[in-house]
Design a protein around this ligand. Structure first.
Ligand code: NPQ
Ligand code: MG
Length: 378
């Protein structure tokens, strides 16, 4: 196919409730949606970069800039383009995995819609619905946390993940374990600890957690292997795993026993698929992370989570975990603690154009003609 134009659409949507992590509080989201207009039809992608570079170095304004000025020109140059070519074509641009992932996703959607194949089928999915977990933010009090967790368990979520930070770790975990018995439970520190905190984190061992996610900063992969000598709970990496190579090295170093896969963090669904396969070959279970996606990103994530080695419940919650009204016509609903894997062509979801208009804050259209006129030849 040929990429004719790309629409970069920014939307602003409120979260149903504030979401606090060790790196900040989120009240609403400013999201970049990418529509690829190709010779074979259209496709959608979602960029998971946040408003500020606090989860990772990427942020949404930067993603839009790098797409416009550095990524799209490299794709417009080609007269014949497949989603499978994008990763290598964009390799000369370092980093910017979330921006790259968004355009690759839109092209994959266009390509699969054109041939009537679902994301799930393309990924070799082995199940028609996926077990759902939910990520629970830091609360002001343990009593409020218990109420929130109880509400999610009533809705049917099959696994609870508690966000932790220094000063909000052992007590909330103890309280949830005591109140809610043997529920599947894990924690996520989003890099908030240091190796010197290993003994403190070992105090979580008695609570039989599935895993502790990214206790230390992303570049401290070796320190995670050292922490694993002191902490009994399995360590899972999120932020550190920015590529297939990073995953291979972390596994070799014994820095983690489990990996959180986020397609946006690794540069796209195709790199995520390679990480899934690598982990499977090393008996490392994986689970699908979440970046507070709209139904667009959620659809791709749920499809990928149906692959064989996604054996732990993911952060792929229902649409209403984050948004009162999603931007797709049929939001993701929990059925007995699971989400159904879309079976229609491509992402298998339709944009709710009316809702989209309501939340759009800006629209930029980049065409191959514009790109020709403004980019130096390579
Ligand atoms: C994680 N997600 O696993 C991330 C962190 C996260 C569901 O816990 C804006 C953009 C806000 C990205 C908040 C979950 C975010 C964000 C949290 C990512 O580490
Ligand atoms: Mg995480």
């Amino acid at each position: 196919m040929r990429l004719e134009a790309v629409e970069l659409r920014r939307i602003g949507i409120p979260l149903v409730a504030p979401f606090e992590t060790s790196f900040g509080v989120q009240l609403d989201r400013d999201i970049l949606l990418v529509k690829a207009i190709t010779s074979e039809g259209e496709g959608w992608g979602e960029c998971v970069a946040g408003e500020e570079p606090t989860y990772s170095p990427e942020y949404v304004d930067g993603a839009q800039h790098v797409l416009t000025n550095h990524l799209l020109p490299r794709l417009f140059e080609r007269d014949e383009l497949h989603a499978e070519d994008v990763f290598d074509l964009l390799r000369p641009v370092h980093g910017h995995q979330m921006a790259k992932a968004a355009i690759e996703m839109a092209l994959l959607d266009a390509q699969l819609r054109a041939r009537g194949e679902s994301f799930a089928r393309y990924f070799g999915a082995v199940r028609e619905a996926v077990d759902c977990g939910v990520s629970v933010g830091i609360h002001r009090t343990v009593a409020e946390l218990l109420r929130t967790v109880g509400g999610f368990l009533d809705q049917g979520y099959r696994r609870i993940k508690l966000k932790i930070k220094p000063g909000w770790d052992i007590e909330p975990v103890r309280a949830v374990r005591e109140r809610y018995g043997n529920v599947l439970l894990q924690v996520d520190a989003n890099t908030a600890y240091r190796l010197a905190d290993a003994k403190l984190l070992a105090e979580l061992d008695p609570f039989d957690l599935l895993l502790i996610e990214q206790p230390m900063p992303e570049d401290q992969v070796l320190a995670h292997a050292q922490m694993a000598e002191i902490v009994g709970t399995p360590i899972c990496l999120d932020e550190s795993i920015h590529s297939l190579q990073a995953a291979a090295d972390a596994i070799e170093l014994h820095a983690c026993r489990i990996i959180n896969i986020k397609p946006g963090r690794v540069g796209g669904y195709l790199e995520a698929q390679r990480i899934h396969d690598l982990c499977a070959s090393h008996s490392i279970p994986v689970w699908m992370g979440g970046m507070l996606e709209t139904g667009v990103g959620r659809a791709g994530n749920v499809a990928m989570a149906a692959m064989a080695n996604f054996t732990l419940p993911g952060d792929t919650s229902a649409s209403d975990r984050y948004y009162r009204r999603d931007v797709i016509t049929e939001p993701f609903l929990l059925h007995d603690g699971r989400l159904r894997v879309p079976a229609g062509p491509g992402l298998g979801v339709a944009l709710d154009e009316e809702r989209l208009r309501e939340v759009t804050t800006s629209t930029e259209r980049i065409t191959r003609e514009m790109s020709r006129a403004t980019t130096p030849s390579r």
